[in-house]
Write a protein that binds this ligand. Structure first.
Ligand code: PNS
Length: 165
């Protein structure tokens, strides 16, 4: 289904705490497939985030500003309700390894049950990024590792600032 004024709209939802180069690769490739891609940060996350939603929105906005059809937003509640409000027909998710598959399948099937008109589309993570996660980046950075190349330079700078380096 195509929205008459905007064409195909996709939502790329997640925690993005913080955005990694793996996310960025997916955004770049996903944005080529649709007319508008909305990168949407979940607000009511039960995880204890390192960065506030506002900080994550800032970091995302800084790195996606070079893609004219990508927007950054945040949402509360059910993803499919938010997608419906945005008139999106696609939910975009990335799969890194087989270990991601089971949870992603559950979410995709639940979302389809809730909103059969919204399709989840998976992109395989770029091979160079298939081992990167926000959680591991935070962990190794916290223990003193060099994370250049794993996150955008602006995100690395923020992490360093947060740590007082
Ligand atoms: O980056 P993450 O933590 O893997 O993203 C998970 C996210 C935000 C996609 C998922 O938790 C979600 O969609 N939450 C919104 C609430 C919802 O709709 N839950 C039912 C999903 S089947």
């Amino acid at each position: 289904m195509t929205n008459q004024s905007d064409g195909h709209i996709a939502i790329y939802p997640g925690s993005f705490d913080p955005i990694t180069n793996g996310h960025l690769d997916l955004i770049e490739r996903g944005a080529r497939l649709v007319d508008k891609l909305i990168v949407a940060i979940l607000r009511n996350d039960t995880k204890q985030p390192l960065f506030t939603v506002e900080e994550r929105m800032e970091m995302l906005s800084e790195v996606v500003c070079r893609f004219p059809n990508v927007e950054v937003d945040c949402f509360d509640g059910l993803l499919v309700d938010y997608a419906g409000r945005k008139e999106a027909t696609v939910i975009l998710r990335g799969i890194r390894a087989i270990s991601d598959y089971e949870f992603e399948l559950q979410m995709a099937l639940m979302n389809r049950r809730l909103r059969p008109d919204i399709e989840t589309v998976f992109l395989m993570a770029g091979e160079a990024y298939s081992y990167i996660s926000s959680r591991l980046v935070k962990e190794v950075f916290g223990l003193g590792a060099d994370i250049s190349g794993l996150v955008p330079p602006s995100v690395e700078a923020r992490l360093k600032k947060r740590k007082g380096i």
